[in-house]
Design a protein around this ligand. Structure first.
Ligand SMILES: [Zn+2]
Length: 228
């Protein structure tokens, strides 16, 4: 009799242990499934947002010289974070001072390199283009911080000069050529051509918008893309 009771007790204990083991096993399986799902999700997210590979550097676009003079890496202006390129973002410098051309804006960026989070990729005037930060790195021109789908995180910022001795119409043409080249180089459609205003509401590019010429500019870029 006593023997029989011991067996029953043993069985009960075994059953309790098994139940606990089964519970632990279930928790482990659920954990593994969640981990796997997260890993797959993370990979998909990584693939979708994989940094764009830098296109081959150019020295000349049409007959416009392009001067590459990168701002030092690991500075406030150029943290060096690579990203996927989704937009070309058009700006005007807002600087109507004499000699506020592309070269002087390049100097400005190099002088200010580690003092402000304000930067862009290209400056265009009527004679030349300066290339300051690699296309596939984040810069700070769109006024929208580092928002996920924003202009800073995903855009190549182009500043057009408005200095009085520079021919604005020629600057527009040069900018259209640059924007068309970049859109094609990164397999982007004309819909990826944006203005600063699209991201932060700032009235920029100021002259172009004030004169109601944005659509005309988009057509210029489209024509350049279709040329050749
Ligand atoms: Zn702007």
């Amino acid at each position: 009799m006593g023997y029989g009771i011991r067996i029953r007790r043993t069985n009960r204990r075994k059953f309790r242990i098994n139940k606990r083991r089964a519970g632990l096993f279930l928790v482990a399986v659920i954990g593994i499934l969640i981990g796997a799902a997260a890993a797959i999700g993370g990979t998909v997210h990584y693939i979708e947002n994989k940094p764009t590979k830098l296109r081959a550097n150019v020295d000349v676009i049409a007959d416009i010289p392009v001067i590459t003079d990168f701002v030092s890496a690991k500075t406030m202006e150029r943290p060096g974070e690579q990203r996927k390129i989704k937009y070309i973002v058009i700006h005007e410098t807002g600087n109507a001072g004499k000699n506020a051309n592309a070269a002087s804006h390049n100097n400005y960026l190099h002088t200010k390199a580690n003092s402000q989070q304000k930067s862009w990729h290209y400056t265009v005037d009527d004679r030349e283009i300066y290339y300051h930060i690699p296309d596939n790195e984040i810069a700070f021109h769109a006024g929208d911080g580092l928002s996920q789908d924003g202009g800073n995180r995903n855009g190549i910022g182009i500043e057009m000069c408005i200095n009085p001795e520079s021919d604005y119409e020629q600057t527009l043409e040069n900018t259209a050529k640059l924007a068309a080249m970049l859109l094609k180089a990164y397999d982007l459609s004309i819909d990826s051509l944006k203005k600063h205003e699209d991201f932060s509401g700032k009235h920029c590019p100021d002259h172009l918008l004030s004169e109601g010429r944005w659509d005309e500019f988009v057509t210029m870029v489209k024509d350049e893309m279709n040329a050749e």
